[in-house]
Design a protein around this ligand. Sequence first.
Ligand code: UVW
Length: 268
Amino acid sequence: MSDALLDAVLGGVDVVDLGRQLRVGMPQSPNHPQFWHTLPRRHGDMVRADGGSAANDMITTGTHVGTHIDALAHVSHDGEMFGGVDAMAAGVGGKYDELGVHTIAPMMRRGVLLDVPAVLGVDVCEGGYEITVADLESAAEHAGVEVGEGDVVLIRSGWGSLFADGAPYVGGPSGVPGIGEAGAQWLAERRVHAAGADTIAFERLAPGGGHALLPAHRVLLVESGIYIIEALDLEQLAARRRYEFTFVLIPLNIYGATGSPVRPLAVT
Ligand code: UVW
């Protein structure tokens, strides 16, 4: 639905789309199977007696591509997932019965935006920059919000403005800005429901790429049961200085999956 149509349907309600468009060739994590979209049946391939015809397409995709949510089944540490679930015993048959994405309830919750570049006085945080607890606290103060239990916290690094450039968004040699273990502990202490960012892996990736250590994934997904949302588009929200809103997200109800593409909304 276009922005204009959403406005017409919802009247005075302001809706900001936080999802990235899914398209072949978009930047995505090399850790995941890529998004693929084909059109096996075009108009005219099958024409009914009355002249009608239908086009039908097909997507093949990893569940962690584009804007997406990580289920608690996504990460384990020392053989255990959240709640002590045995990671090696789980997933037999290709499905995570206990912590798959089907266990994430649709979200309609208080959302807050922590705009880190706004408090650092830059357009974009540098590649590999670790967003500190002091940065998070300054951004909350700047926004006039207190992060509380059950919130969805969206952390903007400005890196999302590189999405259209492709490879630079993924990082590699430059690294990617984001929180580290300390920032994740800060979120966990506040007992937030979910946390998201405008980057490909949510947390800081060190320059040089490779198979990164992901301590914030461990703290949030494994130790705290807090969902992670990645590759959000936070640019419009920041431009409009919308720091507090109703956050709406519905994961696809894929039984046993480790994640799901999503199209979240910020509603005020
Ligand atoms: C990364 O590429 C690390 O993202 P995800 O958490 O979806 O695996």
